[in-house]
Design a binder for this molecule. Sequence first.
Ligand code: DC
Length: 235
Amino acid sequence: MHSTATQHNPMWLPHVITIDGPAGAGKSTLGELLARRIGYLYFDTGVMYRALTLQALRDGYNLHDAAALEQLAHAIRIDVVPPTVDDDRQYTVLVNGNDVTWELRSPEVDRHVSLVSSYPGVRAELIRRQREIGLRGQVVMVGRDIGTRVMPDAPLKIYLQASLEARARRRLHDQQRQGLAPTLEQVQAEVARRDALDQHVMAPASDALVLSSDNITPENEVDWILAQVQRDTTP
Ligand code: DC
């Protein structure tokens, strides 16, 4: 791992790499792997929308009240820190100081997060916070609109896509690991529903490299991305 990182002189790496794409395409696996290979911070922006949704549900907010949710977006404290528990998590998410890492993956949050993230006032505040982290550099940022809205000047943008079936299978696997037992058809319907709701933020940036994860391992995706970097920076 370390030898690979040193083969790539950090001077030649883009300061920010964005990975966008639909739910279940494998963005978080790729993002974490890539970040680890090049010694960058891995930042999954979806957790911010999930954290806000979880808090709104817990506090009994009307999820159709855009103004109230915007206020909550301004007030809520969300910290994403290195894993504090050794249970397969990629990071720990604290909301107002409390660990909510696994609660963010509950079917209830899954069901409502697209609605909460559709409000422009909510997006403006969370995008502002995401951009602040992105501008510090040395970060792989994963989401839906990172290359188009959050970090439009990022020098390297990836758009990861996959078939609906492959994405549903991945989500099914995630849910089974959490002890849930939905059918593939149920998960596929849920992923398709979220695609429709997320549509407004899902277009790839015009300068993104589009990669399909259907027939390639995450390790090979990383190799492919680093090969593009080397090709673009070799005189
Ligand atoms: O990647 P995810 O499934 O954890 O994202 C959760 C939701 O947040 C998803 O339905 C869309 C929204 N999202 C967004 O609108 N913009 C982002 N940059 C990241 C996520």
